[in-house]
Design a protein around this ligand. Structure first.
Ligand code: NAD
Ligand code: TYD
Length: 350
């Protein structure tokens, strides 16, 4: 069956990995990638896909309702995969408003556009909202987040994502909008913006810069290889039930300090440095305000109902990630010096 899919935020980390999978795997589907190209959006993440006949890029904001109506009219979307968001917790602490605008107002604007375009005739339609495990709050030493865990967001980022999840569910219950949701743990892998823990550490290790570990370093995250997440999204999109939520996780918990030490050791090996050298760069720094202690996902539902399991183990994934960032020297340097933002001009405006 053919599908016409609007993907939002496809120039970001997860969106670009998802498009790389979907555009190739489903040549009969058409994909429109709507992305505002904020600091986190990078068309260089999609190099190679621009030539695919079933892929189109549109630069624009999900808060722009007239643009959305025009796109629905032109492309007759039957599906939405909604990833566009402000995504970095530290930025949400220093500038919450852009999180409210994109994550909350943007999501409801998109829901309205879909609802009006579909004229409440939802046969064959899907609105898939991609969210985070951070909406569930913070765990102690034990326990896991299930789909039934009560929401308890504690940062402006997670509060804005929680609001967007509530709005998506409200449109399901109130208007019958055919929604699906998934809440995933921390992703890692190629194309992640180097403000997030793993690429930031890789870049600093490479450049022998200090490695800033917040607080006591014992904060715990459940890490998932980004391509495993992209496959899970594909599975939920095709096989997930309307109105349902699926938790996605790697069953792979790491304390930040252990993870940074693992990265140091694998980078020392790759770079031919003396064993233990990079660990000497670790510095414990001022903690993030309101820092959530532990996230851990119980992914039983997606495993049992949809048959998805993660494929890539942490040691392999970390090796591949470190190798990728070292090989993509130019990609990283162009982000650090800001010139990646010229790519759009070169590609589309000349
Ligand atoms: P990202 O920050 O790398 O990418 C976000 C993309 O959205 C960027 O390309 C940006 O330009 C675009 N965007 C931002 N505001 C926009 C707007 N107003 N209109 C159109 N486009 C806009 O984020 P990511 O890590 O790829 O995350 C994607 C989604 O997955 C987000 O919804 C996030 O909450 C969720 N998520 C992320 C993780 C993770 O570990 N990164 C884990 C679970 C869920
Ligand atoms: P991050 O990648 O920002 O993801 P999130 O906060 O959404 O989980 O951070 C992952 C963990 O690493 C989190 O506990 C904060 C910590 N951290 C540091 O210790 N140092 C850093 O420089 C960064 C960016 C994060």
């Amino acid at each position: 069956m053919k599908k016409s899919i609007l993907v939002t935020g496809g120039a970001g980390f997860i969106g670009s990995n998802l498009l790389r999978l979907m555009v190739t795997k489903y040549p009969d589907y058409t994909f429109v990638n709507l992305d505002k190209l904020t600091y986190a959006g990078n068309l260089e993440n999609l190099r190679g896909l621009d030539q695919s006949p079933n892929y189109t890029f549109v630069k624009g904001d999900i808060c722009n309702s007239s643009l959305l109506s025009a796109l629905f009219e032109e492309h007759q979307f039957d599906s939405v995969m909604h990833l566009a968001a402000e995504s970095h917790v530290d930025r949400s602490i220093s500038n919450p408003m852009s999180f409210i605008e994109t994550n909350i107002v943007g999501t409801v604007t998109l829901l309205n556009a879909a609802r009006h375009a579909w004229k409440d005739d939802f046969e064959g339609k899907i609105f898939y909202h991609i969210s985070t495990d951070e909406v569930y709050g913070s765990l102690g030493e034990t326990g896991f987040f299930t789909e039934e865990t009560s929401y308890d967001p504690r940062s402006p980022y997670s509060a804005s994502k929680a609001s967007s999840d509530h709005l998506v569910r409200a449109y399901y219950h109130t208007y019958g909008m055919p929604v699906k949701l998934s809440n995933c743990s921390n992703n890692y892998g190629p194309y992640q913006f180097p403000e997030k823990l793993i690429p930031l550490m890789i870049n600093n290790i490479k450049n022998k810069k200090e490695l800033p570990v917040y607080g006591d370093g014992k904060y715990t995250r459940d890490w998932l290889w980004v391509e495993d997440h992209a496959e899970a999204i594909d599975v939920v999109f095709h096989k997930g039930k309307i109105g349902e939520t699926y938790n996605i996780g790697g069953d792979n918990e790491w304390k930040n300090i252990d993870l940074v030490e693992l990265l140091c050791d694998s980078m020392d090996e790759i770079l031919g440095r003396p064993k233990g050298e990079s660990r000497g760069l670790i510095r414990f720094v001022k903690d993030r305000p309101g820092h959530d202690r532990r996230y851990a996902i119980d992914a039983t539902k997606i495993k049992e109902d949809l048959g998805w399991v993660p494929k890539v183990q942490m040691e392999e994934g970390m090796q591949r990630t470190a190798q990728w960032y070292l090989e993509q020297k130019e990609w990283l340097e162009r982000i650090i010096n800001g010139s990646y933002q010229d790519y759009y001009k070169e590609q589309y405006e000349v």
